[in-house]
Structures are given as C-alpha cells and as structure tokens.
Design a protein around this ligand. Sequence first.
Ligand SMILES: [Zn+2]
Length: 243
Amino acid sequence: MRSNNHYYCKKCSSCCVRNGKVKNKQRWKCKQCGTTQFRVYKPRTINADRKRIMKRLSCENVGIRGIARLLSISPTHVIRCLLQMASLVRRPDYYEYGQEYELDELWSYSECKKNQQWVVWAINRRTRVVIDFVIGRRTKATVNKLIEKLKKLHPKKIRTDKWQGYKTLFADIPKEIHKQGRRITNRIERQGATVRNSLKRLNRKTLSFSKSPKMLEATLLLYFDECNWRPYRSGFMLKEPIF
Ligand SMILES: [Zn+2]
C-alpha cells in the first residue's frame, strides 16, 4: 500500500499530501480528515533517572515549563510523565488512635479564578504527618470525605478553622473532640506555607496555576510521596544529590 511518494492516512486510509518537514522528517496531511502524521514514530521511552529528576524538580518549586527547559524535553512530555508517576502513588493508611489532628483548606483554582479548587487536608498535630487530602469545591461533600477518614482513626481532638460547614459535619461526635477557632490550627497553617512554597502551582500571585484539578492532585501526590507525607522543614538536605 505504501511507497515513498504516497502515504495513506492512518485514521481513514485516504490519500495524504506532503506537509513540510519537522527535524528532517517528512510530515503528511490527510486531505479527508485533515490530521497531520508521520510515517514512522519512535516509541517513547522514559528514562527512570530522568523521571526521578522530574519529580524532584516539581517538588522544588519548578513549573512544568521550567522542567521542560532544564531537561530539554517538551512540556507535554513532562505532564505525561508526572501524571503517570502520580498514578502509581499510594495514599497512606494509618493505624493509630487517640491522636490530635488539624484540618485546613488551601485555596487554589484551575483554569480561571472563578473555578475554585480547595485542597482540604489534615495532619497529625504531634507528628505533623499528612493524613490525606481531597481536592474540590469548598463544600460539605468535599470536606466530608476527609472527615470520614479522620473519624475512623478515633481522634482525641480535631482542630479546624471557623468555617461554618464544620458544625454540621461534626454534629455526630462529642463536642469536646471538635475544636474550632483562630490560631489553634497553627501547625497546619505553617505546613501549608511550606507546601505552597514547594509547589509552583500553589504559589500565590504568580502566572503558574493548574489547568486541571487532575494535575493539581498529581503534583500534590508526587510531593507528599517524595517527602514521605511530611513536608520538608527548612534546612533539610537530601542524602544524595540528584545531578
Ligand atoms: Zn484521514
């Protein structure tokens, strides 16, 4: 079917015409469906070392385009790798009880500022380990997913800010367990600042932001996985350099 001068579309098998060259490789354009394609594609292989570097850079406040420039690969390739790595991250299971937790929300958005995406998360107040997080609008349904997980751990106390919704969400547990107020969630607020400082898309007043909630979740998963669900404190050094 194929000769050097003819090329037939991979999608609809109709005749294609030459459509310029990219890196000295002939590109073809289908007259019927309009798609452009190459005769042969090189299979994509992702070097494990590069993936590790990509993940580390993403956790050190480098944006997608920054990573792409540093490793001289395309931004779409970076996104694909990050999403693939994030899909392999397992959220932790904790077997503890009688602990004290802090619950907080981090404001963010995807695409435009109207499209709010809140990162609701909880930490153990003593060990500062991140229990879990959910992403969504600031509604009871979103927050409840995390609260259900916390309730299973039989907490001694849960500290939250003064958001109205918490009152009804915590209605079924004794009043002394849920504590609401200002300045009582100081640890998670501080941890939140570290997370914001580590992930480019959570920085405030920058041009970096998420185009999809999926990507926001992926970068957060990778970050927590990288730091073992405990945001790095200042002065923390890796045992081995990445470059
Ligand atoms: Zn076609």
